[in-house]
Design a protein around this ligand. Structure first.
Ligand SMILES: [Zn+2]
Length: 243
């Protein structure tokens, strides 16, 4: 009788112990499963990083590596690098952040060359009558001079200076219309910049006029249909460069 009771007591005690141990067993089991899942996931992440995962991540964040030299980036355009000396009036040396737009200008000096306009910007260092410069000047023969590194701001587009690249175009006459050599190079350079900085020609390529209302580039302000046509050519080239 006593034996039977003690056996039953032992069984009850074992059952109670089992019931108390259940959460502990469950918790240990959960920890083991979690560790297994985490290890597998870490291994998958490591493999993704090895297979260009960082690039994918940067692409997701739309990170674009700042560049300095357009000649190096677009060798097919035969760009002449002739940087201004760092000075308060035309090359402040201020870092340019994210590039959100490209601003097109005309020089306003009929018949002058790209070099003459670049040298005018340089002269402002010694003779500061105003503040002015541009990343690029495109000449009447289609020559392109880069005056300011692409990772620095230029003094061309007023409040747009801090997030834009500027292109000045030479022109033969008072009308401000670009000749075919200047025009084609302007399209080619703008299209390449759009591709590099992931910009949309329809919304991110603008005239100086669109920033301040200044009549620059005058021919393309007075003839909005010509401006639309210019953007159309840029868009076409962007598409062909992306194919
Ligand atoms: Zn302008």
């Amino acid at each position: 009788m006593k034996d039977k009771r003690s056996k039953r007591d032992k069984r009850i005690a074992a059952f109670v112990l089992f019931c108390h141990a259940m959460p502990v067993i469950g918790a240990v089991f959960a920890v083991i499963v979690s560790l297994l899942i985490l290890t597998t996931r870490n291994r998958q992440e490591e493999e993704a990083v090895k297979e260009g995962g960082i690039n994918n991540l940067l692409q997701m964040l739309d990170y674009i590596e700042p560049i300095e030299s357009a000649a190096e980036e677009f060798p097919e355009l035969d760009i002449q690098e002739d940087y201004l000396t760092v000075n308060e009036y035309s090359r402040p040396g201020t870092k340019l952040g994210k590039v959100n737009r490209i601003v097109i200008h005309y020089t306003g000096n009929p018949g002058t060359t790209a070099k003459a306009n670049r040298d005018y910007f340089e002269s402002l260092a010694e003779n500061p009558v105003t503040s002015a410069s541009s990343h690029f000047v495109i000449g009447l023969e289609g020559e392109i001079i880069q005056c300011v590194p692409l990772n620095e701001i230029a003094y061309a587009s007023n409040k747009a200076n801090t997030d834009s690249i500027s292109i000045e175009c030479c022109h033969p006459g008072e009308s401000g219309e670009f000749n075919v050599e200047t025009y084609n190079q302007c399209v080619a350079l703008t299209a390449r910049l759009c591709c590099y900085y992931h910009l949309d020609p329809e919304t991110d390529v603008i005239r100086h006029y669109d920033v301040t209302g200044k009549e620059c580039p005058i021919f393309y302000v007075e003839h909005p249909e010509e401006w639309e046509m210019f953007l159309g050519f840029v868009k076409e080239q962007v598409q062909s460069l992306e194919d």
